[in-house]
Design a protein around this ligand. Structure first.
Ligand SMILES: NC(=O)c1ccc[n+]([C@@H]2O[C@H](COP(=O)([O-])OP(=O)(O)OC[C@H]3O[C@@H](n4cnc5c(N)ncnc54)[C@H](OP(=O)(O)O)[C@@H]3O)[C@@H](O)[C@H]2O)c1
Length: 287
């Protein structure tokens, strides 16, 4: 039997609808428009694509979205100064740092500077600490997108063998913690993992975020498993995920496609988080 292909756009629409209802309630109560700022450093075509998609989603539901753009050679100090200004600007409810950022700038320092109440990505150390202890007020957007997929597919997490190929701070590490907090047996694999297949072949749920097109073939996957493909690689025909769909499709049960899988849900989750920061600010000030 061929695998079920999950419709990420449909799940994204449901999340955006819920976010829109929440936004409407808050606007009716406080009569202040939600207003967020994205910091973009350098010229990266994939950043531009994400920005475009997010701006479109913000416009659709009525969030004001603006950008602060810097050239590649901007200093870390200058970015930190700008973040501090945004932190103290009462008109701004959320701050988003667009990845990738140049190597001479420390992402950790920037996330540490962003006010935890305005931290749309949920990557400030305070928010990451809250995620670690299971107090999930703002969950990083891509890990949240993966949780939403499992939720909408009514997939049981408890007791499952879940393997994540990725150990970045924005994807693999927070996702592993979130799944562990839901009683999965979670393994994190990365470039230094010896015999990767020994892990992936046992995964009831395999989450891959490598960025190497079609690397995951049928010899990596367990019969009847659920594969969530987070990877994005650009090529002349558009974008491709980590999984070779034709190779795995008759062996597995469910899969998220690329494009149209995790990507749109991640955008919807960032809208959800924007509304969380907007609520934080409004309730904090008790307007
Ligand atoms: N769909 C979405 O919404 C979304 C959101 C975020 C990211 N992404 C995509 O997800 C991918 C990862 O993003 P990222 O920012 O987390 O990048 P990253 O830090 O480069 O993550 C890649 C991960 O894959 C591991 N890896 C690389 N080659 C490997 C191999 N041959 N075997 C095993 N592990 C290997 C890396 O290990 P090392 O660190 O040890 O090298 C790292 O943990 C990219 O394709 C990105 O475009 C998609």
């Amino acid at each position: 039997m061929t695998a079920k292909i999950i419709d990420g756009r449909k799940i994204a629409e449901i999340i955006k609808k819920e976010a829109s209802n929440e936004l409407e309630k808050l606007y009716t109560k406080y009569n202040i428009k939600a207003n967020i700022t994205t910091i973009k450093i350098g010229n990266n075509p994939s950043s531009d694509l994400y920005l475009k998609l997010r701006d479109k989603a913000c416009k659709e539901i009525g969030i004001l979205s603006n950008h602060l753009e810097f050239s590649d050679d901007v200093t870390e100090r200058e970015i930190i100064r700008s973040i501090k200004k945004l932190n103290s600007d009462e008109r701004i409810h959320g701050i988003l740092l667009q990845f990738p950022i140049p190597d001479h700038i420390s992402a950790n320092k920037l996330f540490k500077t962003i006010d935890s109440n305005k931290d749309i990505e949920g990557l400030n150390p305070y928010n990451i600490g809250k995620t670690l202890i299971g107090d999930n007020s703002i969950i990083p957007c891509t890990p949240l997108a993966v949780l939403k997929i499992l939720e909408y597919e009514k997939e049981k997490i408890e007791g499952k063998n879940i393997v994540i190929i990725n150990h970045s701070n924005i994807v693999g590490k927070p996702l592993a913690i979130l799944l562990l907090n839901r009683n999965a047996t979670t393994s994190i694999c990365h470039i230094f993992t010896k015999n990767l297949k020994d892990y992936t072949i046992k995964a009831d749920i395999l989450i891959t975020a490598i960025g190497i097109p079609n690397m995951i073939t049928k010899d990596f996957v367990k019969e009847g498993s659920f594969i969530i493909d987070v990877g994005i690689s650009k090529n002349k025909n558009g974008i491709t995920g980590d999984v070779d769909f034709n190779s795995v499709k008759d062996k597995i049960n469910k899969i998220t496609p690329v494009p149209g899988g995790v990507g749109p849900i991640t955008v919807a989750c960032s809208i959800k988080n924007m509304i969380q920061t907007y609520r934080n600010l409004l309730e904090l000030k008790n307007y």
